[in-house]
Design a protein around this ligand. Structure first.
Ligand code: SF4
Ligand code: SF4
Length: 453
């Protein structure tokens, strides 16, 4: 896999292994390193193993284990150093394999739920991603996009500014009044990113319409807090992510709503709900929720009714909203109200099969390339090679997902994450399936009937 145009700096790589890898080994991680019984149960769950068994969770995590053994296990300190399986540092070739591995794991968490020892291989692979980032071995296209977010210069890009302002105008037209912007102390801060404003502006307009119809005290952002903050977490840049999260946290604290409501259930959800507050060791006064959580709560409080559809619909659990975020019940409350013909996909809940973009790390390659071009980021041959390498897992995992959708004959697949919509939509087109995939709000908004008090 082509990663960077610059040559690998082995000194930087060794330093990254010392600082990042050994610096972050806590008791949970040590348990993950020590407890594998090599049963390979994790293989079937991983969206990357249909591409090659080479990418099985336990195989990818083995790079971490080799580094761990060298300093922590008796075997690794003795005979392991001579017969293999124990390494102080990595050779150039091993480092390149490591980078290939980390971009074939999106931290979807599926391996942990099938592992008899509850080992989170994704967490071990994420450590390697941080090593790769620190050593400068990150796909340049992602580093450039993340840098734009961290610097705040994304807001100087006319395309972004115009898209955001156009979204505010569309919301204004839809609700027939000025959009409440940056209003302090509102019940709901309607939070979204530039990425979503580009991916599904109509969904965002519908969310605003629902808030207005339900007469909620809400506010929207006069400008976004990032492209898809914090992108740094996806590329292994913890420090960059912390800078962006500081900006986000300051804004949330300043606005001080009761709820920060996200429409995206991708990596933003666990990042902004949990990681951000854990990083700063703060207990927020607001609650970060996905839009389905608030809508299900208001529906159960009988603030509105839902006019049902007469068709088979299904819910795809986004890995980060479900497995990593714990949100399973709320969308199902809404789905069951939306259709009596709601059916679960064969794999769902904690065992939902990921579309291979689980942590949002790599979107559909053509989309990432187009975005880079729009931003004026040059797309090099190395970048193109990297993006192309992400296509095969999408096609292979997409086949499994499409087969599941076809099996239950679902007409609509609803979900709550922009990347899931994009990747499942790609697979539906690729395999000529007849279903559609949408954000749940897209369908729900038109079927809500408000109960007048
Ligand atoms: S399922 Fe768990 S114990 Fe089995 S091989 Fe995978 S990580 Fe090891
Ligand atoms: S976290 Fe997901 S993508 Fe990564 S190894 Fe585990 S199952 Fe595979």
């Amino acid at each position: 896999m082509a990663i960077a145009e610059t040559k690998v700096d082995m000194e930087a790589l060794n330093k990254a292994i010392d600082e990042v890898f050994y610096g972050q080994l806590d008791s949970t991680m040590l348990y993950y390193f020590q407890s594998c019984v090599n049963c390979k149960a994790c293989e079937a769950a991983c969206p990357f193993t249909p591409t090659s068994l080479h990418y099985s969770p336990v195989n990818k995590a083995e790079v971490s284990r080799e580094l761990y053994r060298y300093r922590f296990s008796v075997w690794g300190k003795t005979i392991g150093r001579f017969i293999g399986g124990s390494k102080k540092y990595l050779s150039l070739e091993e480092a390149e394999t490591m980078v290939d591995y980390v971009w074939h794991c999106t931290n979807c968490g599926a391996c942990m739920f099938v592992c008899p020892m509850a080992i989170d291989s994704g967490a071990m692979i994420d450590l390697l991603k941080q090593v790769a980032f620190k050593a400068g071995m990150v796909p340049k296209i992602y580093r450039d996009i993340a840098d734009l977010e961290i610097s705040g210069k994304y807001w100087e890009i006319d395309f972004f500014k115009n898209s955001w302002n156009s979204l505010i105008s569309k919301i204004k037209d839809a609700i027939g009044k000025e959009v409440p912007l940056d209003k302090k102390g509102s019940e709901v801060l309607f939070y979204t990113s530039i990425y979503e404003a580009l991916a599904y502006p109509d969904v965002l307009v519908k969310v605003a319409k629902i808030l207005d119809m339900l007469n909620k005290d809400w506010t929207f952002m006069s400008k976004p807090l990032g492209i898809r903050p914090p992108i740094g977490l996806v590329i292994g840049d913890k420090e960059g992510a912390a800078e962006v999260m500081q900006r986000v946290y300051s804004y949330f604290t300043d606005i001080s709503p009761k709820y920060v409501m996200l429409t995206a259930g991708g990596f933003e959800y666990p990042s902004l709900r949990y990681t951000m507050h854990e990083t700063f060791k703060v207990k927020p006064k607001y609650e970060v929720v996905h839009v389905t959580e608030l809508l299900a709560k208001w529906y159960e409080n009988k603030e509105f009714e839902i006019e049902p559809l007469d068709e088979t619909i299904t819910w795809h659990d986004p890995c980060q909203l479900g497995r990593r975020g714990g949100v399973f019940e709320a969308p199902r409350v809404l789905m069951k109200a939306l259709s009596k013909k709601f059916k679960e996909l064969p794999s769902h809940g904690v065992n939902s099969f990921c579309c291979s973009r689980g942590g949002g790390g790599c979107g559909v390659p053509s989309m990432v390339e187009n975005m880079a071009k729009t931003l004026g980021i040059p797309v090099s041959d190395d970048d193109k090679k990297f993006l192309d390498s992400t296509l095969e897992p999408l096609i292979k995992a997409g086949k499994i997902k499409v087969n599941e959708i076809n099996k239950i004959k679902a007409k609509e697949v609803l979900t709550g994450c922009p990347v899931c919509i994009e990747s499942i939509g790609f697979s539906i087109d690729y395999y000529h399936a007849s279903s559609k995939v949408n954000h749940i709000v897209d369908i729900l908004a038109d079927r809500i009937k408000v109960n007048k008090k």
